[in-house]
Write a protein that binds this ligand. Structure first.
Ligand code: GLN
Length: 254
């Protein structure tokens, strides 16, 4: 299962966030400490999206190769800083395409999105949900993957003006019901707030007075990390995180 993280707080370099910590996302690409539901390494791509200072819309860099084999990310990460970042390393689910476009974060306007997990019974299980989307959205999916479809479902609600926490909780609930046993850890940010879910996979949270970090696994031994209980939604801004039960969890992820 992929690994992902979201950060809001004072500007840091991408290197400080993604490369330098002892159990960084970079390291998690070949030595994750907590893989579940198949897969051992996260070598099928990576992506990072960040909000430039003063810019409303994020910039992205995504590749369909292991993060350790890309020379550009190390150079870029050393000289790029931001106070809002969403990044992921990918372990493609069996049968799903390995392409730049299949790597998170997915994006539109000011939004960035990532999914860590799998939709069980893909794609048949979610055909009824996909049927609610305009055909244009289906024809322009980033990739033919479960994560890209989840993003299309969330994006559809955001376009209609939904609250980001509601959009995420609603889609996760609908997919969990249609595809029992799915693992649905998602991250959604606009650079000011992060909405995150923990369902079927680990998610950890570290709050400091002026920053918040959500990650699939703690990237250092700081005692401030705490696990987000399974079946919860997190709404976080820099320095403040609120948790609430998703409330409808009925099936054990497979
Ligand atoms: N199923 C998604 C994909 O193939 C996410 C994979 C993961 O979390 N390992 O991209």
């Amino acid at each position: 299962m992929c690994r992902h993280l979201a950060y809001l707080g004072p500007p840091v370099t991408l290197a400080q966030l993604l490369l330098d910590p002892p159990y960084s996302l970079f390291r998690q690409s070949w030595a994750p400490r907590d893989m579940r539901g198949g897969g051992t390494i996260n070598a099928d791509g990576f992506g990072v999206g960040w909000y430039p200072h003063g810019g409303a819309e994020p910039v992205r860099y995504r590749r369909a190769q292991p993060i350790w084999s890309d020379p550009t990310i190390a150079e870029l990460a050393g000289v790029t800083s931001s106070g809002a970042v969403l990044a992921a390393v990918r372990s493609a689910t069996v049968g799903m395409a390995v392409l730049d476009n299949a790597a998170a974060p997915f994006a539109e306007g000011r939004w960035l999105f990532s999914h860590n997990g799998v939709v069980r019974g893909w794609p048949d299980a979610v055909v009824p949900l996909a049927a609610d989307l305009p055909i244009r959205d289906l024809l322009t999916l980033d990739a033919a993957t479960d994560s890209a479809l989840l993003w299309a479902l969330v994006r559809h609600r955001l376009r209609a003006g939904a609250d980001p926490g509601d959009a995420v909780a609603e889609v996760v609930a609908a997919v969990a019901e249609a595809a029992p046993g799915s693992r649905l850890n998602v991250l959604l940010t606009d650079g000011r707030t992060v909405a995150a879910t923990a369902l079927g996979h680990a998610l950890s949270l570290r709050e400091t007075p002026d920053a918040v970090l959500l990650a699939s696994e703690p990237h250092d031994d700081d005692p401030g990390w705490r696990p987000v209980p399974d079946g919860h939604l997190v709404i976080a801004t820099a320095g403040r995180a609120r948790l609430r039960p998703l409330g409808w969890v009925s099936s054990t992820p497979g």
